[in-house]
Structure formats: structure tokens, C-alpha cells
Design a protein around this ligand. Sequence first.
Ligand code: TIU
Length: 222
Amino acid sequence: MTMLSVEAEPYAFGFDISKTALVLIDMQRDFVEPGGFGETLGNDVGMLRKVIPPLQEVLAAARAAGMLVVHTREGHEPDLSDCPPAKLNRGAPSLRIGDPGPKGRILVRGEYGHDLIDELKPLPTETVIDKPGKGSFYATGLQELLESRGITSLVVTGVTTEVCVHTTVREANDRGYECLILSDCVGSYFEEFQTVGLSMFSAQGGIFGWVAASKQFLEVLP
Ligand code: TIU
């Protein structure tokens, strides 16, 4: 066991690589490429694309260090049986979940737009968690996977900061996982949500977790 320490807010984050997983949340075409679900909700997807280059570096370093890597995708069964009507009807998107869009049916498993972007393609050995909700633990096998691998800490990345990243970190925190959120590897469609969303993690002495820039994390990896 080798304990490493990353300079972070509100104080240094200590972790053991063999007990830490890198989690990439919802880096899907539907959220980060034009023509997907994110854009139909009225968002500028360009805001999320800046996460890609630093996250590529972190992913490569985590793989090289032998960390467990977990990818998640938000989406639904083709018959939408796992999509509550409340989620289906929420807001007034130009395209609803399940509707045919330019990248296939919006947020439906198996469709091109639902899949992860080519820049962060999972290796065949890496787990991809399909989740119907915003959180990565709700109605998934994530907790069982982490328990089976003896994981106690998560390095969390992906989109969007205030939605699926926040929900996942809050769920993880309640389950006893220590979370380090990499500030330049999480993205929001809204600049103010990015700023406030990041400060919410580490406020009150680290109420949900720790926040550091990817550079600080990369510096301590072997
Ligand atoms: N709309 C938005 O900001 N996010 C989502 O719907 N899902 C995720 O955050 N992945």
C-alpha cells in the first residue's frame, strides 16, 4: 500500500492507488457533441468540450498507474420502461428522450449518440456503467463493482458538474467513498454553475469531497 497525497481544497487528499478508481461520468456524444440531447435542452455544447484534453491525459495516466477505470453513460432501454414519465416530459426540449435525433434516438442505449466519445473510448477491460438517472449509483451495479475491487476512493471527472457529477459525488459520499473532483476535468454548460458547483464540494471542510486541478493529481501519480 502506497499512500499518495494531492494538494487540494480544502486540504490535501490522501489516497492509495490500489483502492482508488477513476470515474468518467457521461462523456457521451448526446451531451458533448452538437445535435445531441444536451443541445436540445438549449445548451452550448462547446462549454463541455474543454474537458476533453485534460481528461485524456488523466485517463492515460490512470491506466498507466494501473487504477481501476469506470465509465458511465446516462440513458434508457429502447422501450423507455426505465425512464420515469417525469423525466420524459420535463421541460420543453425540441427533442425528447427516445425521439429520433441526428445521432439516433436521444439517450437510448445502443444508439450512436448515447455512446461515449471517441476521444475517451473505454478499453475492452474497462467497465461501462449504464445508468437511468443522474447519479451513478441509482439502479446500477456500481457499488457492487467497487466493493468487489476494494475501492474506497474515487477520482471523479465528466459532465455535467452540477447535474450528474454532483449527484454521483453526493451518492458516493453517503456510501462512504472519499471523492476527489478534478476541476478542469468536469464541465458545465453554465459558467456560474461550474464555479459554484466546484466550491460546493469542498466548502464546510470538504462536505462532499476534495477539489484539485488535474495537474496536481498527475504530479503525484507514479
Ligand atoms: N443536462 C445536464 O446538464 N446534464 C444531464 O442531463 N446529464 C448529465 O449531467 N450527465
